[in-house]
Ligand binder design. Structure first.
Ligand SMILES: [Fe+2]
Length: 267
C-alpha cells in the first residue's frame, strides 16, 4: 500500500469521472505505451522516454506510483542495441517496471522471440500488488495466431482461474486493443482483435469480472467501458495520431473503480 496519498490529483480524477470516491486509492501505478524508439526520430523518442522516467521519479503529482507498466512497442525495430537502450533508460526508474510485448517487439520469427526473451524476459506472466493480480498478455498471439497461441490460451484461462481462486481482483495488460470503439465492431486489419477471438476474450473478461484492460498500439487515446470493464490506451511519448500531448497516465484503482489522470511531458 502506498503511504503517500495523491489527494489533489485523485480528487481531480474523481471529479473528472463524475462520481464520488474516497481519496485513498488501493493501487496507484503508471501506464505508459509505445515508446517505440525509431518510429520517426530515434534520439528524440528515446529522450522523451527519458523525460518521462525523470518525471515519474520526481513524482511532482505526489501520487507515489507503485510501479510502471509499459504496454508494448518499446522500440520500432527490435535488435540488441535498441532493446538495450530501452532497458538502460528504464533502469533509471526508482520503481519497478513491467513490460508487455508489442507487435514491433515480438513476432513469429524465432530469432525475434529469442531476442525478446533475452532483452525483456517473459512475454506473458502475472504479478501481484495487494488485492490485485495483473495478468500480462502477449496479444500478438491473439492478433496473429502462431505455434505458441494454443499454449498461451491455456495459460491465460488458468491465470484467470488462479486469480479467482486466490481471491484477487484482475487487471489485464496487453498491447493490441481488444476493440477500438464497440465490442461488436468489424475486424480491422491492424487495430483490433478478430471478432471470434475478441468474443472469446471478452467472455473470459466478463466471466472473471476483470476490472480493466490496459493497452497501447493505437497511438490514439482510447477510454471505453464495456460490461463495467475499463479499456484504457493512453497517450505515449512517441507519436500521438490524435494530436494529444506526449506523456503518460497515472492509474488509481479503488476496489473495482478505475480513475486515470494524464501527466504531460514538461519540455
Ligand atoms: Fe503496436
Amino acid at each position: 500500500m502506498n503511504r503517500k496519498r495523491p489527494l489533489a490529483l485523485f480528487a481531480a480524477a474523481t471529479l473528472a469521472g463524475g462520481c464520488a470516491a474516497s481519496p485513498d486509492p488501493q493501487l496507484t501505478f503508471v501506464q505508459m505505451t509505445d515508446s517505440q524508439f525509431g518510429f520517426y526520430d530515434y534520439e528524440a523518442e528515446l529522450n522523451r522516454y527519458r523525460q518521462a522516467v525523470e518525471l515519474i521519479n520526481a513524482d511532482g503529482e505526489n501520487a507515489a506510483p507503485n510501479f510502471m507498466i509499459m504496454c508494448g512497442d518499446m522500440v520500432n525495430v527490435p535488435n540488441e542495441k535498441n532493446n538495450a537502450d530501452f532497458v538502460k533508460a528504464s533502469e533509471a526508474l526508482d520503481i519497478p517496471y513491467y513490460l508487455v510485448p508489442g507487435n514491433h517487439d515480438y513476432n513469429a520469427k524465432r530469432e525475434i522471440i529469442d531476442l525478446y526473451h533475452k532483452s525483456f524476459g517473459r512475454d506473458y506472466y502475472t504479478f501481484d500488488r495487494g488485492r490485485y493480480r495483473i495478468i500480462v498478455t502477449n496479444t500478438n498471439l491473439w492478433k496473429s495466431p502462431q505455434a505458441e497461441t494454443a499454449e498461451f490460451d491455456r495459460w491465460f484461462s488458468e491465470a484467470l482461474q488462479n486469480a479467482k481462486d486466490d481471491g484477487k481482483l484482475i487487471i489485464v495488460a496487453g498491447h493490441c486493443p481488444i476493440f477500438l470503439k464497440t465490442a461488436d465492431e468489424p475486424d480491422d486489419q491492424y487495430y483490433n482483435l478478430p471478432r471470434a477471438k475478441r468474443a472469446e476474450i471478452l467472455k473470459l473478461f466478463k466471466d472473471y469480472s476483470v476490472v480493466a484492460y490496459l493497452g497501447g498500439h493505437s497511438h490514439t487515446r482510447i477510454d471505453n467501458t464495456w460490461e463495467g470493464i475499463r479499456f484504457l490506451h493512453p497517450e505515449n511519448t512517441c507519436t500521438n495520431f490524435d494530436n494529444r500531448p506526449f506523456g503518460y497516465r497515472l492509474i488509481f484503482v479503488q476496489g473495482r473503480t478505475v480513475y486515470d489522470s494524464f501527466v504531460p511531458l514538461k519540455r
